[in-house]
Design a protein around this ligand. Structure first.
Ligand SMILES: Cc1ncc(COP(=O)(O)O)c(C=O)c1O
Length: 483
């Protein structure tokens, strides 16, 4: 490492010139299982709803389904059923239902739980867009509540305040691997007769007391998109202890074909809108090998997060988000992305300048999602199905939700002023990488007076919410920027 104190964005030497390595942990087990599936020419051994004993299949636990020796089955081929059974065992639930993504999984779980058009579902103001769109997909109404300033997950008091006669469910998101306050949220749900569907896309293996995130509510949903702690390229899993939710989810995701006899009641048929949201056999094969590594990859991220937390300690204007594990409470997070909280007054420069300077040092950082969910045009303009305001304008909706900037001040402060997200705690980033990040951050903090006095134009090249342009500020490039 160099002793250079001049920030790279002002023409100094970047602290880091090598790119950071983030990639799924893959070894011969993934190769073996996927190759075996290919050699068996086994890509989607699904049999339609004319399969014998459909009702028996729909009600099976994942372990029972995996024990059936059949290549073709309504619940999928051998890898899909084995993955479901192994996932259910790991998460200590009877039912795990593989799906094509967490987005489809969340929507299917809500549909299976009986959420109807015009029902309000309360979710946090900060999440990936899919959490909100999954609610719209069944014509339900997203109602956004503010988040806790340190866990970034639903604030139970804000949830309680958002409940109306139209509320049917709470959808907590375990954001960045942190746990939402599940005792309080489950208590609110019980008192008001609400369903709880957990978005655990970013928190596979996180714990609330002895239970894993995703298994505390009526159903929970995981994502296996490539950036997640374990992945299948794309994919997801619904977990539940409720046999009826599993049964209905299995119908919805498998075309929801005419699965009931003519005597089926309206309740039996409600929400059985057919999708094809199956996880392919090859993805399930990958998932089985990945699941076996879940603890390992979580330990990897935790180790890096702990080092980064030490590296960023005791700096003016930047505070690492606390570890829920370290607090000794009921929550034990599994870090997904590492967050630190920025304070412009104490730092003496704007967050944009700080982030741009860090990126110029070769450290990719972000500022979180670009805006709160409710500030996205879909909600501000209330346009989803067609352009006439459905589902908000439909006769099914008896409430009067409004979306406006300023609604959730904690969420807005986190996104617009405070969040700095470090993405590179995942495999294969190392302890040495965390120390490089630490050095780059400390160098940037130490140079904040110089950065405060620099012309605005030099920072714009490195602007943006996501990781932005990361790179080495070359002398030539600096000249080209006219500085
Ligand atoms: C919190 C959250 N919910 C839902 C999703 C959607 O997952 P998927 O990409 O598997 O549909 C993601 C990420 O992609 C997420 O981060």
């Amino acid at each position: 490492m160099n002793n250079n104190t001049l920030p790279a964005i002002l023409g100094g030497t970047p602290e880091r010139t090598r790119p950071f390595m983030v990639e799924p942990m893959i070894d011969e087990n993934e190769e073996r299982l996927v190759l075996a599936a290919i050699r068996e020419k086994n890509f989607s051994r699904y049999i339609g709803s004319h399969s014998p004993d459909l009702e028996t299949s729909l009600r099976m636990t994942s372990a029972e389904a995996a024990a059936i020796e059949a290549d073709w089955h309504f619940l999928g081929g051998p890898n899909v059923r084995a993955f479901a059974a192994e996932f259910a065992a790991h998460f200590d639930v009877p039912f795990a239902v593989p799906v094509s993504s967490a987005t489809t999984g969340l929507s299917i779980a809500l549909g299976a739980a009986g959420i109807a058009p015009g029902d309000e579902v309360i979710l946090p103001a900060i999440s990936f867009s899919a959490t909100a769109s999954a609610i719209l997909l069944f014509n339900a109404i997203p109602v956004f509540a503010d988040v806790d300033p340190l866990s970034f997950c639903l604030d139970p008091a804000a949830v309680e305040a958002a409940i109306t006669p139209a509320t049917k469910a709470i959808l907590p998101v375990h954001l960045l691997g942190n746990l939402a306050e599940m005792d309080a949220l489950l208590d609110i749900a019980k008192r008001h007769g609400l369903m709880v569907i957990e978005d655990a896309a970013q928190a596979p293996g996180a714990h609330w007391r002895d239970a894993k995130a995703g298994t505390l509510g009526n159903a929970g949903v995981f994502s296996f998109q490539q950036s997640k702690n374990i992945m299948t390229g794309e994919g997801g899993m619904i977990v539940t202890r409720d046999g009826e939710i599993a049964r209905r989810a299995r119908l919805i995701l498998n075309h929801g074909e005419v699965a009931f006899d003519d005597a089926a009641s309206a309740g039996d048929l409600a929400n059985i809108i057919g999708l094809n949201a199956r996880l392919p056999e090859l993805s399930a094969a990958l998932g089985r090998a990945q699941l076996a590594k879940l603890n390992l990859v979580n330990e990897w991220r935790t180790r890096n997060a702990d080092i980064l937390r030490q590296e960023l300690a005791n700096l003016p204007g930047l505070t690492p988000a606390p570890s829920q594990r370290a607090e000794g409470g009921p929550a034990r997070e599994v870090p997904h992305v590492f967050a630190a909280l920025f304070e412009a007054t104490a730092m003496g420069i704007s967050r944009d300048r700080f982030v741009a300077a860090l990126r110029a040092e070769g450290v990719p950082v972000g500022t979180g999602y670009p805006r709160t969910l409710y500030e996205n045009p879909t909600f501000m303009k209330q346009i989803a199905y067609g352009d006439a305001g459905c589902p908000w304008s439909s006769d099914f909706y008896r409430g009067s939700v409004a979306y406006a900037p300023g609604m959730c001040p904690v969420a807005e402060a986190l996104l617009y002023e405070r969040f700095i997200w470090f993405y590179h705690i995942a495999h294969a980033s190392t302890a040495e990488d965390m120390r490089d990040i630490g050095r780059a951050v400390r160098k940037t903090v130490a140079a904040r007076d110089a950065l405060a006095g620099a012309p605005e134009a030099i920072f714009s090249e490195y602007s943006g919410h996501s990781q932005g342009r990361v790179g080495v500020a070359q002398p030539g490039a600096r000249e080209a920027r006219g500085t």
